[in-house]
Design a protein around this ligand. Sequence first.
Ligand code: NAG
Length: 248
Amino acid sequence: MARASSAAATVAFIWALALLAAAASAARLPGRAVEGAQPRGSGGPTATAVFALGSFWRSEAAFGCLPGVVRTSVGYAGGSKANPEYRNLADHAECVKVEYNPRLIQYKQLLDVFWASHDPREVFGQGPDVGNQYRSVIFTNGTLEARLAGLSKEREQGKDRSSVITTEIHPVGAFYPAEPEHQKFELKRKPFLVQLIGNLPEEELQSSTLAAKLNAYAADLCPPKTQKRISSKIDEIAKKGWPILRDI
Ligand SMILES: *[C@@H]1O[C@H](CO)[C@@H](O)[C@H](O)[C@H]1NC(C)=O
């Protein structure tokens, strides 16, 4: 029984990846060569961005629905403690790592989402989440990212000079992945949705583009039109009695 459902999950996963890969390749410009090794389902080489903007449960969901985002995961960065844990993260911040296809979405757009998804003027936390672990940080990789991050911060500060943008900009150092129970947290809060994509094993859930999107959907953080489209797709599946969501 367990074996059969795990096989079904694998089939569903492969289907979802195949459909996502097809969608990504359809979105590519015709005649463009694809260079480098291809991570599964990404439709091209990927880049990585790391941000801290409050609780990483919500941060992961804030980026998961963006077209061009291939994978999301949460972890700890920005501190000095080796191997931090959720209950003992010391000077680290809760972070989201966003893996994206730079042909489909640019770092600048990720920065826009970063600013729009939290209040960078709040000191020592975000809303009910109080503490240094919820501070606002852009972790940059290279001078171009650092420049873009700096410019975007200046622009954000320029919108209102009556309070200070607290966001720090640091070169990215070690990123420690968080414990499995914190990955795709919003999605796991809705077991029905996890079931819909075939109860993927943890490892596959963490690397799945579909799961990243559904994690955003579960937190109501996809654009309203997309929320609607996914809802009706789920209703359709529920009506048909076909239990596997393959693509959204
Ligand atoms: C930084 O970017 C380079 C490519 O420009 C990449 O090879 C490297 O893995 C990146 N480092 C991190 C920590 O993301």
